[in-house]
Design a binder for this molecule. Structure first.
Ligand code: GUN
Ligand code: ZN
Length: 429
């Protein structure tokens, strides 16, 4: 099959963090879902092909959310006066336990998937729960919606409540079953090994998961260095390891297959060196880090070390699904670090934050998040004409304004790998 898609409109994307590439009334051509051309005029070879003309609308890459907990969707905005560990105990674990019920899982996951679609999050890296069946339901709903995602069945075999804990060998056996079952979902929806975080996984479990990740060539996601109480706890549980990062490293959960770690707020220089050496991606989750009083991640320092960085909503530590809002919050938080903490710290620019929300996080999926040749065509069509402005604006100014004051009502079309996505029939509330 050789299918050609040609989009025309006002194109805006990044190739590097430092600048936008903008093309007024330009063309994007994709063959079999992959961009073969992006430029000002249509190459003669495609002159007879059908063009979908979006007029004056903006065309931007789809957003990538590198960290969210799908089962926490109904907990958004709850317990925001708490820090991480009491918040997990009071709100998160009881909610996640409900996902042993497949009807409940289908209801909540349907609503969550529809919200991803609505907000233009075309790719995401998601936590499910310890329950393999409901995690498969989440994967099925994402696949039906045409969205792309890595989805993880969570593993927890210690320091967890009776109603949300696994026995070690059962956890590994369930993970193997679930990895095998995941093969049915095709290229856009894939499994990711998901130890919740070090405090809730024994060494035996982490070793087993590291082995499964290598055996099945599946990436890994977890949490790292989010909160001081958590870090001290990991130190007490693993006196044999020099630091939190190396607990994962020593259990083969970093550096063997691609890994993404959420938060990474309080890493030491040595830990950052390990992240750089293993090219482990950081998922920066600004709303969550504010809500749970976790801290401000040293994003500039991570960038200087060439550590890959994506942005995460961290539903429901973060309360906002929209990656447009997550990226403006990342900029805002970086300004606070500059003003309040370190006057040598340069706040994030719009193009840097936009890059993280598209191509930066997209790297976890391959060539994703840009309109360069060879990238999968994930795109959003933004009709910002109702954000009334009688003045001529550059495409960059229009994008900035939409990111700050616009919302999902202005997203008129979504594409993943060259396919238009219809509204998934989830929860209609
Ligand atoms: N650390 C372990 N579990 C979680 C979780 O569900 N959310 C966040 N933000 N941090 C975690
Ligand atoms: Zn998280």
């Amino acid at each position: 099959m050789n299918s050609t898609v040609i989009l025309k409109g006002n194109i805006l994307y990044t190739s590097r963090p430092s600048e936008f590439i903008s093309i007024q009334h330009g063309y994007i051509i994709a063959v079999d879902g992959v961009v073969v051309y992006c430029g000002e005029s249509i190459p003669p070879a495609y002159a007879d092909c059908e063009v979908t003309d979006y007029g004056d609308n903006l065309i931007i890459p789809g957003f990538v959310d590198t960290h969210a907990h799908a089962p926490q969707y109904c907990n958004r905005g709850l317990g925001m006066d708490k820090e991480l560990l009491p918040w997990l105990e009071t709100y998160t674990f009881p909610e996640e336990a409900k996902f042993s019920n497949l009807d409940y899982a289908r209801l909540v996951y349907g609503a969550f998937v529809q919200d991803l679609w609505r907000n233009g999050t075309t790719r995401s890296i998601l936590f499910g729960t310890i329950h393999k069946e409901s995690t498969l339901v989440l994967m099925e709903l994402l696949q039906k919606a045409g969205l792309s995602a890595y989805v993880g069945k969570v593993n927890m075999d210690r320091n967890s409540p009776d109603f949300l804990i696994e026995e070690t060998s059962q956890s590994l056996a369930d993970t193997k079953d679930w990895l095998e079952a995941s093969a049915q979902f095709g290229p856009l929806v894939k499994p990711i090994i998901t130890p919740r975080f070090v405090p809730s996984c024994t060494s035996e479990l982490m070793d087993g998961l590291g082995t499964l990740s290598e055996e099945y060539k599946v990436p890994v996601q977890s949490h790292l260095s989010e909160n001081h109480g958590e870090i001290d706890w990991v130190g007490a549980l693993h006196p044999e390891s020099p630091n939190y990062t190396d607990v994962y490293y020593e259990h083969k959960l970093m550096g063997r297959t691609p890994t993404v770690m959420a938060h990474c707020i309080h890493l030491s220089d040595i830990e950052m060196d390990r992240m750089a050496e293993t090219q482990t991606m950081v998922s920066h989750c600004p709303y969550s880090n504010v809500n749970l009083s976790s801290g401000i991640a040293p994003i500039r320092k991570l960038m200087k070390r060439n550590i890959p960085i994506g942005l995460g909503s961290d539903i429901s530590g973060g309360h906002i699904v929209s990656m447009a809002k997550v990226l403006t919050e990342a900029i805002g938080l970086s300004k606070m670090k500059w003003v309040e903490v370190d006057s040598n710290y340069a706040p994030l620019t719009l193009s840097e934050a936009f890059y993280m929300a598209t191509k930066g996080g997209g790297k976890f999926f391959g060539k994703v998040g840009s309109f360069e040749k060879g990238c999968e065509l994930d795109a959003l069509i933004i009709d910002d004409t109702s954000l009334f402005d009688p003045n001529e604006r550059t495409l960059e100014e229009r994008l900035e304004r939409w990111l700050y004051v616009g919302d999902d009502r202005h997203i008129v079309e979504r594409y993943v790998a060259g396919q238009v996505l219809l509204n998934p029939q989830g929860f209609q509330g």
